[in-house]
Design a protein around this ligand. Sequence first.
Ligand code: SF4
Length: 216
Amino acid sequence: MEKIKNLYNDLLEIYGDVGKWWPGTPEEIIITSVLTQNTNWKNVEKALENIYSFSNNSKNLLFNLHKLPKNKLSELIKPAGFYNIKAERLKNLLDFLSRYKFKIESLKSIDTYHLRNQLLKIKGIGKETADSILLYALDKPIFVVDAYTKRIIKRIYNINEKEYDKVQEIFHNAYPESTELFQKLHGLIVEHAKALCRKKPLCDQCPINSKCNYNL
Ligand code: SF4
């Protein structure tokens, strides 16, 4: 468990500084956190392009989307797949955000775990999406867990933990509470899972194979 503290530096050495990693404005990140489920980023970008070409005033992106009927929203986000479900989820999320007049600063001023609980009450918003919004759109220091995170800690450290909150706790205990670090670390994990630690891992090409339980 202690060794997990090395993960950030090990991956940083391979992939370099990934910066904030999740691209876009806070408003875009809120939208893409829903669109990105079960699809690739290219499709998310296409859906976002449709949204922008429809919405003339990009400054009020969330407000404009909230005004759209659900079938129109489904049509715009079609490239992201599961468009009816995602339109429903976006609508529910936008309904919630309308209480704060879609103001990012108002959302940022809310206590992290209070806001997390509120987000998790929205139908269709799970822990990974809620935490992605908190970490990347609102710059709250909370670690995002995904299937890649679980795969990598199982392989490298033999930590076979499936429960979201427990995996998150492992990272929260191992690392200082830092938004920047959590943003980068999640990004590095995704990059590693896509480049080398794939479903079928490319261990012979992996620079950390001498430290990895799976390979050894
Ligand atoms: S050695 Fe293989 S299993 Fe281990 S981290 Fe690298 S790619 Fe993944």
